[in-house]
Write a protein that binds this ligand. Structure first.
Ligand code: ATP
Ligand code: MG
Length: 440
């Protein structure tokens, strides 16, 4: 992508409305724009990051056996009347009427919709287990939307829903998502800790919030510090192995970890003092087993091996991609801007032409840009006629992991500089060496 032909509206000044660093940097880097309170456009640079986050989420959902579909944002109130949630859900639900005066709503979540899809076609236990997910916009009329897309009214959610014949089978489905979430957040460059969450009237222990430790987090959390170094399940994890996944779950729930709603002071105090971590955190995911809460009122049942009908046991599993993007920035930035983990960076490499219009600089940059693009790299080429200082500042701000800098003096020697955004380390090397480093 040539910057001269791209749309990346950088802000020079710090936006006053931004209270936290991720919000400030997303606005300054031209990633998002607020359209009305808590409702955002994702501008091209932001959209690239969001797409990369979603690609990782999708990859890990698929690995764990979940199947993607797409359900609508607008839902009929009727479905929600069946589950009883149309009245129970408060003012967070945006209620709308269509031209026939039929009550509709902008979905805050999709349990009812997916249960309706399930009951319309699944009739036998032989079709289970089943886990369906989508990545879709949601709307919740949050009382206090704030911090940019961290807590917005319209936001994106990956929501998966599992269906099983028995509670035991549902536990395995839960463990699959549990392991998939550990892998997902790790690939996003984050350390997320699963913490016990309230199960309400369902009871049991199968509800976990995945929390990233961050000073700007809205939740108060308490956990054992060893979680910070726990091993993440590898890419060859066998998601069909009941024992294998149970072992992962047992290990990751063996130490104390709870948010303030579930906090048990006595149990926390039993953790050796030096191992206690009390901090603030950002909830980036939430998984929940809720048994037959929706299948019973909505009549979602299958025939079991005993020939009888059984209400299916369900769970739901949410991740917030539009919250994850700022969460990643909270975890990875410096005074100059964002530092993207390579896995979600909007571009892999930025080529900086320090003197656009200078024949040797132009030729060198074109050569590098073409070679790296051909090798499948996402390359941003800063071919604008801004001052070099402005270009450096922009490259640092938008956080692309590698900068290849071509200035007249180095280029005269057949060389360029390669800068690592994270460490700031710079290396001078031949043009060929710079290309080869990233084309392996
Ligand atoms: P919170 O306590 O932060 O309001 P929640 O418990 O309402 O979250 P869930 O219903 O479990 O959230 O939704 C699943 C995921 O969707 C959350 O873990 C979060 O990542 C994301 N999410 C929820 N509400 C928002 C929001 N207003 N803005 C952005 N992301 C959100
Ligand atoms: Mg909420």
């Amino acid at each position: 992508m040539r910057l001269s032909r791209y749309f990346m509206p950088i802000l020079k000044e710090n936006p006053k409305e931004a209270e936290i660093v991720s919000h400030r940097l997303m606005l300054r880097a031209g990633m998002i724009r607020q359209q009305s309170q808590g409702i955002y456009s994702w501008l091209p640079l932001g959209k690239r990051v969001l797409d990369k986050v979603n690609a990782i989420i999708r990859d890990e959902q698929n690995r764990a056996g979940a199947i993607e579909l797409s359900m609508p944002t607008l839902q009929s109130a009727e479905l929600w009347q069946e589950s009883g949630r149309y009245d129970a859900y408060g003012k967070e639900m945006l209620r709308i009427k269509d031209r026939q005066d039929r009550p509709m709503l902008y979905g805050p979540t999709s349990e009812e919709m997916v249960t309706d899809i399930f009951r319309s076609s699944v009739k036998s236990y032989k079709d289970l287990p089943l886990n369906l997910y989508h990545i879709q916009l949601k709307f919740r009329d949050e009382i206090r939307p704030r911090f940019g897309t961290m807590r917005s009214r319209e936001f994106m959610m990956k929501d998966a829903y599992s269906f099983d014949l028995t509670r035991e089978a549902a536990e395995h489905s839960y463990n699959k998502m549990f392991a998939a979430y550990l892998r997902t957040f790790d690939r996003l460059g984050l350390r997320a800790i699963p913490m016990r969450a309230d199960t309400g009237p369902i009871g049991g222990k199968l509800s976990h919030e995945f929390i990233i430790l961050a000073d700007t987090g809205e939740s108060e959390v308490f956990c054992h510090k060893d979680f910070v170094d726990f091993d993440i399940p590898g890419e060859h994890t066998d998601f069909d192995s009941v024992e294998g996944l149970q072992a992962i779950f047992d290990k990751w729930t063996s130490l104390y970890a709870a948010t303030s709603e579930m906090h048990d002071e006595a149990a926390f105090n039993a953790v050796p003092e030096g191992d206690r971590l009390s901090a603030r955190g950002i909830e980036v995911g939430h998984i929940f087993y809720f048994g037959t809460k929706y299948s019973e009122p909505m009549g979602a049942k299958v025939q079991g091996p005993d020939g009888k009908e059984h209400f299916v046991h369900m769970g739901s599993y949410g991740i917030g991609p539009t919250r994850l993007v700022p969460a990643i920035i909270e975890a990875s930035h410096d005074d100059n801007g964002i530092i993207w983990p390579a896995s979600v960076a909007p571009f892999d490499i930025v080529v900086i032409n320090m003197k656009a219009g200078d024949q040797a600089c132009d030729d060198t940059c074109e050569l590098i840009y073409a070679a790296l693009s051909k090798a499948g790299k996402d390359v941003l080429y800063d071919d604008t006629d801004d001052r070099a200082g402005t270009k450096f500042a922009t490259a640092d701000l938008i956080g692309v992991p590698v900068q290849i800098i071509a200035g007249p003096r180095a280029v005269a020697n057949g060389e360029v500089e390669v800068k690592d955004r994270k460490t700031g380390a710079r290396e001078t090397m031949t043009i060929e060496a710079a290309i080869n480093r990233f084309v392996a």
